[in-house]
Design a protein around this ligand. Structure first.
Ligand SMILES: Nc1ncnc2c1ncn2[C@@H]1O[C@H](COP(=O)(O)OP(=O)(O)OP(=O)(O)O)[C@@H](O)[C@H]1O
Ligand SMILES: [Mg+2]
Length: 419
């Protein structure tokens, strides 16, 4: 039975107004345990096809079956599970995490597959040993040769079993000796039952496979075909000991924290500069907010100073209202009631009154009658000191009347002492 079956697969990329038809009606069947090479010139669509095979990308139209199941019917999570547990990727540039050791890099897929920590580390160490990397487990990718890095990436691909191994130019960045070694490992894996699909533009590499598929301009140009009577081992999945979802979540959180701290520790200068940037950013935001708040309060204070928040209350309903005459004046009790209202901040009663003032002059001994308007203001906020001031005086000798000050309430009569 075919482990992989493609039916009329089409894939295009749209760049602006241009559409590039990369895969044109691809039909292909690969049996379990085959070792296949897909060869073709640069830009012919090999990587695009491999990405669809690895469920990293989806076709625009057509059907892709893995082990008889149509991938189009699988949910996002189910596809991720297929990718995680059945497919292993090997890339030309290895794609290893530079801040993690070889062992930690190999462990990563198992963290997402919920494998408990001790079993994970044990299996990763076994795989590295098998691929000839004993003693290099704690080296980071930068401390390993290209061939060694590619072997770490093969170990990572095998960590969760990898029934299907997809390799995109696995020897492309390696010297011929390391390349041969990687191909030998892929052969060994194929003999153990893994289905191996290699993408390459190098015929020498392709010849290591039992079947060569040539692709040109997005179409299968030639296919050497399946070797019907080849003896193939059956794939035996690696034993899997899953842990509870909660433990798995805690494990992933711990691993992520440890990776983040590792990365910060490795790039101290970058971390320090980033922290400084963040501190400056936060300080700038706080300053701008504080300045805005201060400016707002100042503006509101200035507006209040103009009296926009002052409401004058008069007796009666409206100016010239007919029914207002029974209410002659407001009294202090009215001020108390108003002061108790929620929306009132302060109340300042104001009394306007007209009183006759008698002025006796020392010099000319004449008697004048003047009319003065005296306003008595109570300031609730300060010391409740009453102050009066003359706002209009109908006499030419006004200068001798002003200022008249009193600390008592009306009526006020002021008489010069000498008479
Ligand atoms: N994400 C994308 N957006 C737009 N065009 C793309 C995208 N990916 C690939 N292409 C185009 O699709 C075509 C096929 O690309 P692909 O990577 O599959 O080629 P390839 O056969 O793997 O080439 P190479 O041997 O150089 O790796 C190329 O012309 C490429 O420019
Ligand atoms: Mg490619």
């Amino acid at each position: 039975m075919s482990i992989i079956e493609l039916k009329n697969i089409q894939r295009s990329y749209v760049n602006g107004s241009q559409s590039l038809h990369v895969l044109k009606d691809i039909n292909l069947q690969i049996a379990s345990g085959e070792m296949v090479a897909i060869i073709g010139p640069s830009g012919s669509g090999k990587s695009t096809l491999l990405n669809i095979l690895g469920c990293l990308d989806a076709a625009d139209s057509g059907d892709y079956f893995i082990d008889g199941k149509n991938t189009a019917s699988l949910s996002h999570d189910a596809l991720a599970k297929v990718r995680r547990e059945h497919i292993g990727f090997i890339f030309q540039r290895y794609h290893l995490m530079p801040d993690l050791t070889a062992l930690s890099n190999v462990e990563i897929p198992a963290i997402y597959a919920n494998l408990p920590g001790p079993s994970r580390r044990e299996r990763a160490a076994q795989l590295l040993e098998r691929l000839g990397l004993r003693g290099r487990e704690h080296h980071k990718p930068g401390e390993l040769s290209g061939g060694q890095q590619q072997r770490v990436s093969i170990a990572r691909a095998l960590m969760n079993g990898a029934e299907i191994i997809l390799a995109d130019e696995p020897t492309g960045a390696l010297d011929s000796h390391s390349g041969e070694e990687v191909l030998r490992i892929l052969h060994d894996l194929n003999r153990e039952g893994h289905t191996v699909i290699i993408v390459t533009h190098d015929m020498k590499v392709a010849q290591h496979a039992e079947r060569i598929i040539e692709i040109q301009d997005g179409e299968i140009f030639a296919d050497s075909g399946r070797q019907q009577n080849a003896v193939r081992a059956r794939y035996i999945p690696a034993p899997r000991k899953s842990q509870s979802k909660l433990r798995g979540f805690v494990d992933r959180l711990r691993e992520s924290m440890s990776m983040a701290l590792n990365a910060m520790n490795t790039h101290r200068l970058r971390t320090a500069l980033t922290m400084t940037g963040i501190i400056f950013g936060i300080a700038a935001v706080v300053t701008v907010v504080a300045l805005g708040q201060g400016a707002r309060e100042k503006t509101l204070e200035s507006i209040s100073g103009l009296g926009t928040n002052v409401v004058s209350v008069y007796a009666g309903g409206d100016f010239a209202e007919d029914d207002a005459h029974p209410v002659l004046t407001l009294v202090m009790a009215d001020a108390d009631v108003i002061a108790r209202q929620q929306f009132v901040d302060k109340v300042s009663p104001e009394l306007l009154s007209t009183q006759p003032i008698r002025y006796l002059s020392n010099l000319r001994k004449h008697r004048y009658r003047v009319s003065a308007k005296i306003i008595l203001r109570f300031r609730a906020s300060n010391s409740l000191k009453a102050a009066t001031s003359v706002t209009s005086v109908t006499h030419s000798k006004r200068s001798s009347l002003i200022p008249i000050r009193a600390t008592s309430s009306l009526p006020l009569m002021r008489t010069p002492s000498a008479r």
